[in-house]
Design a binder for this molecule. Structure first.
Ligand code: UGA
Length: 454
């Protein structure tokens, strides 16, 4: 099937490459000339495992083309819209980029009439497809000799494993009121061998927000319990949640040998970040507000997350006293390990906090290109070339992401003879024996002695 993809960010490009590998002929469009030229040369403009190899195959087979010209989708039966829907100041989503993409497509469709289906893959609040997108295409189309059907197909791709998630989806959700679109998309997705859930556009849209808001809620819930642990002598959030995880209702079908992936969100840390969870949570709160529902729980989830970086700074203060002129390494400034994405990164929030307190900040991240954080260098932070150099040059380390390199930080400290240095573990990834935790501070780990707790 001839497919167009508008927007070549991580969702758009993964969708374009994945559909090509599953047998479709794809044209991917983006207004960014540099990005398009990179893609046509087989270069992926962001870090995402597997996609570079996939892109190479697609280009060799000549079944994927990238272009800056929206006209190149004129013969496509299905056109996916994968443009960003950034937040406004009040948290509500901004639909300007989506609207521009729809208007540009409309002018092409009017010029080259045929039957097509538009698929909204950008994350949009409930009602957007019915009340915002559909009227754009139906208004002018009615007088023309062609028809545009509309569907929503939210993505459930995790950065760092987005390509694999696309090729082996856990669900494919198609929200549409059109029987024709439903049938066409079922054919398009046939090679994926996954459950296809057919529903209304609004349900599909809301399911996407609900999915991310649940993940955010689990994380903030864990962080709230972690705060209680910190004030309770002898308590450790890792053990507390570890016991909760044993509940038979959380076990997988494989006799509990493989814990369900959702439990990794029932874990305390320095907060959630990224381009999706924070944005989708605030958009859902704003949407609820717009339909006169106050989302008390979701607001609390957001508040807990927003204050998590301060908790880390407070732990550092507890360990070191006055922080001024201390050298602190922040390890991991991407929003999570396995990615170089800096958006809404808890690590960068910690860096900002430290810089305002006149601390000497050293930054190390195994995947982030130093050029992308040059602005922090200008603000006074120092970007370290290796983890060992960061450790060796600092008074304390904060683990802010779960990058695999940091899981063995303790061993590295021993090797470098820095085993007495203060570590604040914002991700609970180190396994330090209980009797060796004097300089180890961590989210949800009580430092309160039994005599002082009551
Ligand atoms: C998230 C969702 O997981 C995807 O299902 C969804 O499709 C995507 O948003 C999206 O809307 O496009 P992603 O932003 O890549 O994917 O992030 P996650 O892997 O969920 O991580 C989000 C935050 O949760 C991070 O700060 C991360 O450190 C934290 N996290 C992640 C955990 O605390 N535990 C985990 O097991 C994974």
């Amino acid at each position: 099937m001839k497919v167009g993809v508008i927007g070549c960010g991580y969702v758009g490009l993964v969708t374009a490459v994945g559909l090509t590998l599953r047998g479709h002929d794809v044209v991917a469009v983006d207004i960014d000339e540099t990005r398009i030229s990179q893609i046509n040369q087989g270069k992926v403009p962001f870090h995402e495992p597997g996609i570079a190899e996939g892109l190479k195959i697609c280009l060799q087979q000549k079944r994927l083309k990238a272009s800056t010209k929206i006209e190149s989708v004129k013969k496509c039966k299905v056109v996916f819209i994968c443009v960003q829907t950034p937040p406004q100041k009040n948290g509500a989503i901004n639909l300007q980029i989506l609207e521009a993409a729809c208007q540009n497509l409309l002018s092409i469709f009017t010029k080259y009439p045929m039957f097509r289906t538009i698929v909204i893959r950008s994350t949009v609040i409930p009602g957007t497809t019915d009340k915002f997108v559909t009227p754009i295409f139906q208004k002018k189309n009615s007088a023309k000799n062609h028809q545009t059907e509309i569907a929503v197909n939210p993505e459930f791709l995790r950065e760092g494993s987005a390509f694999e998630d696309f090729l082996t989806p856990d669900r494919i959700v198609i929200g549409t009121n059109s029987e024709k679109a439903r049938k066409l998309l079922a054919i398009l997705y046939k090679p994926f061998d996954s459950t296809i859930i057919q529903t209304t556009p609004s349900t599909a849209e809301l399911a996407k927000y609900t999915s991310n808001s649940l993940l955010a809620t689990l994380i903030s819930f864990s962080n709230e319990i972690a705060r209680i642990c910190e004030k309770t002598a002898g308590a450790d959030i890792e053990d507390v949640l570890g016991i909760v995880h044993y509940d038979r209702r959380f076990k997988s079908l494989l006799n509990g040998i493989l814990p369900p992936g959702i439990l990794t969100y029932l874990k305390a840390g320095c907060g959630f970040g990224g381009s999706c969870l924070p944005k989708d949570l605030s958009a859902l709160i704003a949407y609820a507000n717009s339909v006169k529902e106050e989302s008390l729980l979701l607001k609390a989830v957001e508040n807990i997350n927003n204050s998590q970086s301060i908790r880390i700074i407070n732990m550092l203060k507890e360990a070191l006293g006055d922080l001024r002129n201390k050298k602190i390494s922040v390890l991991g400034v991407a929003f999570k390990g396995g990615t170089d994405d800096l958006r809404e990164s808890p690590g960068l929030k910690i860096v900002d906090e430290l810089l305002t307190r006149k601390v000497e900040v050293l930054i190390f991240d195994p995947l982030v290109n130093p050029l992308f954080i040059k602005g922090y260098e200008e603000k006074g932070a120092i970007i370290m070339p290796t983890l060992a150099e960061a450790v060796n040059s600092s008074d304390a380390c904060i683990i802010a992401s779960n990058a695999k390199e940091f899981h063995k930080l303790d061993n590295l400290c021993h090797k470098l003879k820095r085993h007495r240095m203060v570590i604040v573990d914002g991700r609970r990834i180190l396994k330090i024996p209980k009797d060796k935790r004097q300089k180890y501070y961590a989210i949800g780990l009580s430092k309160v002695s039994a005599s002082s707790s009551d």
